[in-house]
Design a protein around this ligand. Sequence first.
Ligand code: XLS
Ligand code: CA
Ligand code: CA
Length: 437
Amino acid sequence: MAYFKNISAIQYEGAQSENPFAFKYYNPKEKIGNQTMEEILRYGIAYWHTFTGDGGDPFGAGTAKRPWDHLTGMDQAKARVDAAFEFFEKMNAPFFCFHDIDVAPEGSTLRESNKNLDEIVAMIKDYMKTSNTKLLWNTANMFTHPRFTHGAGTSSHADVYAYAAAKVKKGLEVGKELGAENYVFWGGREGYETLLNTDMKLELDNLAKFYHMGLDYAKEIGFDAQFLIEPKPKEPTTHQYDFDVATATSFLYQYGLQDHFKFNIEANHATLAGHTFEHELRTARESGMLGSVDANQGDLLLGWDTDEFPTDLYATTLAMYEILKNGGLGRGGLNFDAKVRRGSFEADDLFHAHVAGMDAFAVGLRVAQKMIDDQFFEKIAADRYSTFKSGIGEKIVSGKTNFKELESHALDLGEIDVKSGQLEKIKARINQYLLNV
Ligand code: XLS
Ligand code: CA
Ligand code: CA
């Protein structure tokens, strides 16, 4: 049965097209640099928002009208898999991502949940034999059920910790079964509301052990996926342990995990942390830990995790610049961890949203590649930091000076000719690039 009967495969029609069911900028086979757009962009569809989510928010019920709404339980879960693979094909999506409970309903015990999961995973595996869509990553949901109120790997109850470990163990097995490229740990409720009842040291030590055991088990079963941590500063807890890339990097180093993890960076989480998306990407890139991206955007007026589809071309351009400078995303990809707005409740909106997001990142890619070809930012930086190329600056950079020498350099300098940062000139040039896509 077809769930999206009236919609045929989305094709590239070019920037002049007025067809809402066509790509205007995303041309999968087009070469940008020496790779095709689809090779660089590695788009992923987030199962939870697109097939499981119902459009509900904390103030109101779900609004989404989906062709699987009439079903329940395992029947509905199976219908969603059918619909998902139809959608992947029509969107020409190279990847998808899921949490365990997005795809299969939970039973009353973990054993029952695993049984449901096995049945759905077998079905997914079957589809994947003929589908072009691969699994970018899977993960375990360890935040929705009430047992995870106080966290999972940082829970105050050892049984919850064990339960969480068992879910990740299963997740790793499922990832292996489906050939996942990555395995994601988003901290969920790994954080705290208040220190008044929290043993922070114990929680962090336990969390590190949790990750080490996860790595050990993946190795034991021969699952060679890239492990990713997804930082987020708040929501659901007040203080999330993986606040941002810098905080999580220090955690990884402190516990000897730095060589085994990279980051999955989500745009909306960056802005919740008071950073730009590109700041988080740059921070990870500079330490060789940029692994994958959750491509969405937040609403700066609302200030919570709205998970909107990315349409801000300025942001996608600066993000693609970081990704290209990283030499691509390797085994990672651009996963649309994004949901249609509550008011966009028709099934067609799922297509419009992905077209918008895919086109927005395609524009970002085109513009960023052009800027790199022109050495746009590189020239700005080379000029701005030119005093570090010779003389005392060169000595600073190569670590061949000391405070005494710096003092003797400085004592008789007189007025220093500090140059303008020329930010407005730079932004005007970026606008020119954007308008000439
Ligand atoms: C929630 C997170 C979550 C992770 C996967 O804010 O974005 O969806 O990506 O658990
Ligand atoms: Ca995410
Ligand atoms: Ca989010």
